[in-house]
Design a protein around this ligand. Structure first.
Ligand code: FES
Length: 87
């Protein structure tokens, strides 16, 4: 199971963590990966910036914008989720 951790701390919330979580949830459902990816929330990851902090597996990202959700999902999440599928 691949974990996506989304920061819901105050800075990230202001920058749209809830919308980003919903967008990712949607993309996961559309890709039929709901059984392989879990979305979890986390408090401030101490990476506050002008976007949302996210961790995919053990790799951290910061400054992710809601409008980047699909590109982020396709480039960072899908390869890992599909890698898990192969193993
Ligand atoms: S509130 Fe998200 S990293 Fe600080």
């Amino acid at each position: 199971m691949l974990s996506i951790t989304i920061c819901v701390g105050s800075s990230c919330s202001v920058h749209g963590s809830e919308e980003l979580a919903m967008a990712l949830e949607d993309l996961i459902a559309k890709s039929n990966l709901a059984a392989r990816i879990e979305l979890v929330g986390a408090f401030c990851m101490e990476q506050c910036s002008t976007g949302v902090s996210i961790r995919v597996g053990n790799k951290g990202y910061r400054g992710i914008q809601v409008q980047d959700a699909e590109a982020f999902f396709n480039s960072e999440v899908l390869p890992l989720a599909q890698g898990e599928e192969a193993s």
